[in-house]
Design a protein around this ligand. Structure first.
Ligand code: HEM
Length: 541
C-alpha cells in the first residue's frame, strides 16, 4: 500500500492525471482488483501468449496498471508520445483490462480491415440489429433520397449565418438537427430550442460527460461507485431524457404518417412501409424506433432500462452509457462544420481558391448542387482536409478483440479493448507532411483532380473495419453540400475588435469522445448582392 501511495505521489507530480483523494483511489483500486479478479479471466494476467509478449507500453503499476497514465484531456498528445516511443501498437493495462492503441494506418488496416472478423465487436452491446437496419437505409445506395433534405436545410442555414453571424455555432446545431430530424423522422424543426433538439443535446452532453476520460475507460469499471459518481436525481433525469429521445419523435413520426404522410422521404416512413404485414409489429416497432434513435441522438440507451439501476445508491459515472453509446447524429457534423468555418477564417487563400472553382463551374446565378460534385475537386479536397486537420472523433469508438491474436511478434489477448488512434493516424507526418497546416492541395494531383493514390482521411475519420460509421455517406453528403452552399455565397474572415484589429483565431480542439474546436470569433458577409439574393431565395423552402 505504501509503495502504491509513493508511486501515486511520483506520478502526480509529472502527470496531467493528478487526482485528489489518493486514499479514495487506492481503496477504489483494491475494491476493483478483488472484483475484477473474482469476476473475469482478467486478460492482463496473461502477459504472454503463444510465446509472444504483450505489445510495449508505459510501465504499469501493481493492481491499477496504467490508470494514472491515462490522460484526462488532450489524449492525442499523450498517444503521440507513446506512439513515438513504443511504435505501431501500444499497450496499457487499466484495472485488469488490456487496452491496445493502434497508431498507424498500416496497423489499422492490418487489424481492423484484414482481421475484421475478430476486431469488430464492441465492449458490451453490439447493437448489430439496429446498425444493420440503419445501414440498409443510410448505405451508399440509399442516401441519395436525402439530397433534397440536405440541400433545403443548407439553404436555410445561409440566411441565419448572414443575419446573425455571431451565433454561427447555434446555427450549425440547428442545421444538423434539421437534417437529421427530417431524414430520420420526417419532422421539421425550426428552432434550436425545439424540444426534440434540446432532448438530443441533453443526451449527447450526458454521453460526452460519461465518456470522459477516454472512451475506452467506460467499460472497465465494474463496481457501483467511483470518484465523481452522479446522484440518483441526475440519473433519473437522464432516464427521462433518454426515454423521450427514443419515444417522442418516433411517436410523432408515426402520427404524421397516419395523417397522410411526411413532407419528404424519411428513415422511419421507409421502414414502416416496408414492414407492413410481414413481421411481428411490436418487435419491428422497437427495432425501427431504436435504430432511428441511434441516428438522432447517438444511442439506444439500453443500459438505462436496467431496472436495478435506480436501486443503487449511486451509479458509476462511466458505466452508464458505456458501450451502448455510439458516435452518431448531429454533434459530429456540428464539430466538423465548425472546424470548416475556422479553417476558412484562418486560411483565406484556401477559401478564395474554393470560391474561384465554384464560380467557374457553377457561376453566380445559382447555388451548387450534388450534381456539381465531380467538377469541384478542390472543394472536395477542402472537405477531406477539414476532417483530417480537426479530428472530430479522435479515438473513434472502442472495439473488442474476440479471440487471441498475434501481430508483429506481439500477443493481443482476447477481451482486449482496441482503440484506433485516429488523431495520430491523420497527423502522421510520414503520410501527411506538415500535418498541423490546412492544405487541401495534398489531396490533389498536379492536374487538380482528387488524388486516389493518397490515403483518404474519410476512411479513418469515420472509424474502422466492419464498425465504420453507418452514417458515413449521409454525413459526408451533409458536410459537402453545406460547405458548397457557404462558400458559394459567403465570405468568412477574421473578426475585428473595436479598434479594427483582426482577432486571431487558431485550432484548439476540445477533449472528449467528440472533439469540437474551442470557441473563436469570425466575420461572415455576403460575397455580393447577387449572392445575398440567392441566400434569400434559398430560405423559402
Ligand atoms: C462528421 C460526422 C460523423 C463522424 C466523424 C462519425 C464518426 C463515427 C465513428 C468514428 C464511429 C465509430 C466507428 C468505429 O467504431 O470504428 C461511428 C459510428 C456510428 N455512426 Fe457515425 N459519424 C458521423 C456522423 C454520423 C451520422 C450523421 C450518423 C447517422 C445518420 C451516424 C451513425 C453512426 C452509427 C449508427 C454508428 C455505429 C456503427 C456501429 O456500431 O457499427 N454517424 N461514427
Amino acid at each position: 500500500m505504501t509503495f502504491i501511495l509513493e508511486k501515486l505521489h511520483d506520478r502526480a507530480s509529472i502527470s496531467p492525471f493528478a487526482i485528489g483523494g489518493l486514499g479514495l483511489i487506492v481503496a477504489f483500486a483494491f475494491g476493483l482488483f478483488i472484483n475484477i479478479y473474482k469476476k473475469s479471466g482478467a486478460p492482463e494476467s496473461r502477459t504472454k501468449g503463444h510465446g509472444f509478449p504483450l505489445p510495449p507500453g508505459p510501465e504499469p503499476m501493481p493492481v491499477i496498471g496504467n490508470l494514472l497514465d491515462i490522460p484526462r484531456k488532450h489524449e492525442w498528445q499523450t498517444l503521440t508520445k507513446w506512439s513515438a516511443k513504443y511504435g505501431d501498437i501500444v499497450r496499457v493495462t487499466v484495472l485488469g483490462r488490456v487496452i491496445i492503441f493502434v497508431n498507424t494506418m498500416k496497423a489499422a488496416n492490418d487489424l481492423f480491415d484484414k482481421r475484421s472478423a475478430i476486431y469488430s465487436d464492441r465492449p458490451r452491446l453490439p447493437l448489430l440489429n439496429e446498425v444493420r437496419v440503419f445501414t440498409g437505409q443510410f448505405g451508399t445506395g440509399n442516401v441519395k433520397k436525402f439530397d433534397i433534405v440536405q440541400e433545403q436545410a443548407s439553404g436555410k442555414l445561409l440566411k441565419r449565418l448572414l443575419v446573425n453571424p455571431e451565433n454561427f455555432i447555434d446555427h450549425l446545431r440547428l442545421h444538423a438537427g434539421q437534417v437529421i430530424m427530417m431524414s430520420v423522422y420526417g419532422i421539421n424543426v425550426e428552432s434550436r430550442l425545439d424540444g426534440y433538439i434540446t432532448t438530443a443535446q441533453k443526451v449527447m452532453d450526458a454521453v460526452s460527460e460519461a465518456g470522459r476520460p477516454g472512451a475506452f475507460l467506460v467499460d472497465i469499471f465494474p463496481i457501483s461507485w467511483f470518484p465523481g459518481t452522479i446522484s440518483k436525481d441526475i440519473i433519473k433525469q437522464w432516464r427521462i431524457d433518454i426515454h423521450n429521445l427514443r419515444w417522442k419523435p418516433y411517436a410523432a413520426s408515426v402520427e404524421i404518417l397516419a395523417e397522410g404522410g411526411s413532407p419528404g422521404p424519411s428513415f422511419v416512413s421507409a421502414l414502416l412501409e416496408k414492414s407492413d404485414g410481414d413481421c411481428d409489429k411490436t418487435e419491428m416497432d422497437v427495432l425501427i424506433r431504436d435504430s432511428a434513435a441511434l441516428a438522432y441522438g447517438g444511442l439506444p440507451p439500453i443500459s438505462l432500462s436496467d431496472p436495478n439501476l435506480l436501486m443503487r445508491p449511486y451509479a458509476p459515472l462511466p458505466t452508464f452509457f458505456s458501450s451502448s453509446l455510439t458516435i452518431a447524429g448531429a454533434d459530429t457534423s456540428v464539430a466538423t462544420l465548425t472546424a470548416f468555418i475556422l479553417a476558412m477564417t484562418i486560411y483565406p487563400e484556401v477559401r478564395k481558391n474554393a470560391q474561384a472553382e465554384i464560380d467557374a463551374v457553377v457561376g453566380a446565378s445559382r447555388l451548387p448542387s450534388f450534381s456539381d460534385r465531380k467538377n469541384l475537386p478542390y472543394l472536395t479536397a477542402v472537405m477531406k482536409e477539414t476532417m483530417r486537420w480537426h479530428t472530430t472523433a479522435p479515438q473513434a469508438l472502442p472495439h473488442l478483440l474476440k479471440e487471441d491474436d498475434v501481430y508483429n511478434g506481439y500477443f493481443l489477448p482476447a477481451g482486449s479493448i482496441i482503440v484506433g488512434n485516429t488523431w495520430g493516424i491523420l497527423h502522421d507526418p510520414a503520410v501527411y507532411p506538415d500535418p498541423m497546416t490546412f492544405k487541401p492541395e495534398r489531396f490533389l494531383t498536379a492536374e487538380g483532380e482528387i488524388d486516389d493514390t493518397l490515403t483518404d482521411p474519410v476512411k479513418y475519420t469515420f472509424g474502422y473495419g466492419r464498425r465504420i460509421c453507418a452514417g458515413l455517406n449521409f454525413a459526408e453528403n451533409t458536410l459537402w453540400i453545406t460547405m458548397a452552399f457557404i462558400l458559394s455565397t459567403l465570405d468568412i474572415t477574421l473578426a475585428k475588435d473595436a479598434a479594427g484589429n483582426p482577432i486571431p483565431a487558431a485550432l484548439d480542439p476540445s477533449s472528449g469522445l467528440i472533439s469540437h474546436p474551442d470557441p473563436f470569433k469570425c466575420s461572415v458577409t455576403a460575397r455580393s448582392a447577387q449572392a445575398e439574393a440567392l441566400i434569400h431565395q434559398a430560405d423559402v423552402f
